[in-house]
Design a protein around this ligand. Structure first.
Ligand code: FO1
Length: 327
């Protein structure tokens, strides 16, 4: 959706946003709001993908796609607004546990995606056609067309990501994280082209371990991004020592990182030129600057659509302002 009031100086700017689920989707919507979407490519984590009841579910891809289509459920950030759950109720009636809340309209997405994947289309191709049908103007690019699956190591054993995240409500301590299939997976041609042609790269405020992490772990991705002359910035998903959403804070700490904006900055140091933090984390500014990063302190919490577009504009202004410094 274009920003209210129309054209901005960022119209058509070629931006690559690296995103996971809800936080990444909101940031992508803000970037689309100020750039118009024509030049925006959102590279989305697919390591959360899994199969349920025979269907291929791509939660982060769908969260980004529904958000950019203006269809996302405003309460959860994932799923579709004003959903009904008749299919899930019927699944329950058959004695299955409805642990993953798939709505009726959302089911349609998974049914078509699965059918098209089975007929030989790539996830990239399916996502492009579903997004176009929903009127999405930006390119939503799955990070890879190959299967990659996040496995969470806990004291109870290894869990598939959605078992850990939804099934068990993120209650387990995270001892380690593995990405199955990562060795064979490659970023798609579309992803590499978007990165190569980007005029700015934005790492969205998504979990740096399980959302942005898999994208950066793909063979050649870090090198493709760090070798770019274009400015690269990251937005902190941690505000005031806590994750904006999900288990990032707890997960970072248990994996030996500092659960703070500065801790995330340290994970991205050497890759990005600039780091965006909330006013609550202004105290960490010097520490982040000492990593060689420029810092933008702003209101980094996106409570509504106005916040998304404002933050989108500030992030792009910040990135473009770093152009002289990058490369
Ligand atoms: N997250 C939940 O916490 N509970 C759910 O029941 C749930 C269902 C769901 C259905 C479709 C979809 O696209 C996403 C859904 N999510 C749900 C979100 C999702 O599991 C996570 O946000 C991501 O995988 C983490 O980025």
């Amino acid at each position: 959706m274009p920003e209210e009031g129309g054209i901005t100086e960022f119209e058509g700017l070629r931006v690559v946003a690296v995103a996971g689920g809800v936080g990444g989707a909101k940031m992508a919507a803000g970037l689309e709001g100020v750039s118009g979407g024509e030049g925006l490519s959102v590279v989305v984590n697919t390591a959360d993908d899994f199969e349920l009841w025979g269907l291929h579910i791509s939660p982060d891809v769908d969260t980004v796609m529904y958000t950019l289509a203006g269809l996302a459920n405003p309460e959860t950030g994932w799923g579709i607004r004003s959903e009904t759950f008749a299919a899930l109720e019927m699944i329950s009636a058959y004695g299955e546990k409805p642990w993953f809340r798939l709505g009726d309209r959302d089911f349609a997405t998974h049914i078509l995606r699965t059918e098209r994947l089975r007929s030989g289309e790539s996830l990239t191709g399916v996502t492009a056609s579903l997004g176009a049908a929903l009127g999405v103007r930006s390119r939503v690019l799955p990070m890879t067309d190959a299967p990659v699956a996040t496995v969470i190591e806990t004291p109870e054993g290894k869990l598939n990501f959605q078992d850990y995240f939804v099934g068990r409500g993120q209650r387990d301590e995270v001892i380690g994280v593995e990405f199955l299939g990562m060795g064979e997976a490659r970023p798609t041609r579309e992803v590499l082209k978007a990165v190569r042609e980007a005029e700015a790269i934005v790492l969205c405020p998504s979990n740096p371990v399980v959302s942005v992490g898999p994208v950066l772990e793909l063979a050649g991705m870090r090198e493709a991004i760090s070798g770019l002359r274009a400015p690269k910035v990251a937005v902190s998903p941690i505000v005031g020592g806590r994750a904006l959403k999900g288990p990032a804070g707890k997960m970072l700490a248990s994996l030996g990182h500092e659960a703070s904006a500065a801790g995330v900055a340290r994970m991205y140091a050497g890759l990005v030129d600039g780091f965006v933090v909330d006013h609550a984390d202004a105290g960490g500014r010097r520490e982040i600057e000492s990593l060689g990063l420029e810092v933008l302190v702003t209101d980094a919490v996106m409570k509504d659509e106005g916040d998304r577009v404002r933050l989108g504009r500030e992030v792009l202004e910040f990135a473009v302002g770093l152009s002289g410094r990058a490369g």
